[in-house]
Unconditional design. Sequence first.
Lengths: 136, 66
Amino acid sequence: MNNPIKSVSNTEKQSKESRKFVLVLAISIAALILAEATLAFPDRPLWIKLVVVFAHVPFTIFAAIYGWRFLKKLDELQRLIHMQAFIIGITGAGTILLSYSLLMSAGLIAGEMTWLFWSLLWLFYSVGHRLVSRRY
Amino acid sequence: MKNRLKILRAEKDWSQADLAERLKVSRQTVNAIEVGKYDPSLPLAFSIARLFGRRIENIFIDGELK
């Protein structure tokens, strides 16, 4: 049999990359929530706030480079799956946040929306990716 | 869209992973094309045709054509 296949197939590589991408996304959101929580207290010294803000600069650069390299490695179907998962993520997070903001405007609940947005985006994106992948 | 990819692959005695590696796509993509769940882009369709030494219309069947 004509078989020049290497030990690790494209599918395995891309699944590994997808898992890494979801992990990077989760770490990004955790870092953002942590930063939000740190900056939320007005009595924090200025230097702590500056450290928190500037600590995000290299992280943001890393996330941007990693995201770009990740996209370049995907084949056309994988890109389609991620795009559809992202649409599900944005739609799901947006729909819930709309209701949340209405309740906030009505004074029924109080809270911070940033961490909620990112958490919901991550949740819906992950679920969406799994659902869309199953379709193909 | 229907296609003859599975037959052509079998003729060459390639697995889906073999074909995926040659086309530089994932095995999931090859499987999705074979079962008709995903229609490849024109560049990928040309790559497939080139790999099997056939014309695109010999591999992919236009369902609209009578």
